[in-house]
Design a protein around this ligand. Structure first.
Ligand SMILES: Cc1cc2nc3c(=O)[nH]c(=O)nc-3n(C[C@H](O)[C@H](O)[C@H](O)COP(=O)(O)O)c2cc1C
Length: 226
C-alpha cells in the first residue's frame, strides 16, 4: 500500500513537471514570430508604422510642375532640418503639360505603361547631384498624373530605384482628387527592394491647405526624424 502511494506521488510529480515545461518547449519550436519582428499583414519588405526608429541620413526627392509638391517639401523640411533635398526636373522646362487636355502627360504615362522595363519609355530628366546610395531614408514626393506617378519622377526612380535596396522609403503624393493606389504600385515596381513605410501620405486639393499638420502627423506616425 505504501509502495503504491509513493509511486502515485512520483507519477503526479513527473506529470506536473511535464505540464509546466510543455508551453515553453512548444513555443520555441512552433512560433516563427519569436523574434517579435514578424508581421504577416505586410509584404516581406514593408514595415509597420514605427517599426524603424532610426531614420539615419534622409533625402527628400521631389518633382513639382505647378508647385504643390514644392510646398509639401517645404513643410517636410521644416520638420526634418538635416534632410537633403533633391528636385527632379525635365530637360525642357518650358513644357506645357496642361495643353490639349493634358495630352502630353497622358502620352508620357501611356508610353511607360506600354513598356515599363525599357529606358526609352521614360522622358529625359536633368542630371542629379545627389546619390541615393548615400542615404538611409528616402522620401519621394510626387504629383499624380492620370492616376499614376508623374512621368518625370518615374524616370528618376527607373534610374535610381535599384540603388534604394533595404532603405526606408516614404511616399507622399499630391493629386487634385484621384486616389493614389496607382502611384503606390508604381513606387513598388520602381523601388522593388525598398522598405516602405506602412502608410503613404496623400495630399489633395481639399486638404492641401492643412499640409503642415498632415506632414507633421505622418512623420510622427512613422517615427521619421532627423
Ligand atoms: C499631366 C497631368 C495629369 C494629371 N492627372 C490627374 C488625375 O488623373 N487626377 C487628379 O486628381 N489630378 C491630376 N492632376 C493634377 C495634379 O495631380 C495635382 O494638381 C498635383 O497637386 C500637382 O502637383 P504639382 O503642383 O507639384 O505639380 C494632373 C496634373 C497634370 C499636370
Amino acid at each position: 500500500m505504501k509502495k503504491t502511494t509513493s509511486k502515485n506521488i512520483l507519477a503526479t510529480f513527473a506529470a506536473l513537471v511535464l505540464l509546466f515545461l510543455f508551453p515553453f518547449v512548444s513555443c520555441e519550436k512552433g512560433n516563427p514570430d519569436n523574434s517579435g519582428t514578424g508581421n504577416q499583414e505586410n509584404t516581406e519588405n514593408d514595415q509597420k508604422p514605427g517599426d524603424n526608429t532610426d531614420s539615419g541620413k534622409i533625402l527628400i526627392v521631389y518633382y513639382s510642375y505647378t508647385g504643390h509638391c514644392g510646398e509639401i517639401v517645404t513643410a517636410l523640411s521644416s520638420n526634418l532640418e538635416k534632410a537633403d533635398i533633391l528636385r527632379i526636373r525635365e530637360v525642357d522646362e518650358d513644357v506645357d503639360y496642361n495643353a490639349n487636355g493634358y495630352k502630353l502627360g497622358s502620352d508620357l504615362i501611356s508610353a511607360i505603361k506600354k513598356a515599363p522595363g525599357q529606358a526609352s519609355s521614360y522622358p529625359v530628366i536633368k542630371e542629379v547631384d545627389k546619390k541615393a546610395e548615400d542615404y538611409d531614408t528616402i522620401i519621394v514626393v510626387t504629383p499624380l498624373w492620370h492616376s499614376q506617378m508623374a512621368a518625370i519622377m518615374q524616370t528618376y526612380l527607373f534610374q535610381n530605384g535599384g540603388k534604394m535596396k533595404g532603405k526606408n522609403i516614404g511616399l507622399v503624393v499630391s493629386s487634385a482628387s484621384s486616389g493614389i493606389s496607382g502611384v503606390e504600385s508604381d513606387a513598388k515596381r520602381l523601388i522593388p527592394d525598398g522598405k516602405f513605410y506602412g502608410t503613404s501620405l496623400w495630399i489633395n486639393s481639399s486638404n492641401h491647405a492643412k499640409r503642415a499638420s498632415l506632414v507633421k502627423e505622418w512623420l510622427e506616425k512613422n517615427k521619421i526624424k532627423s
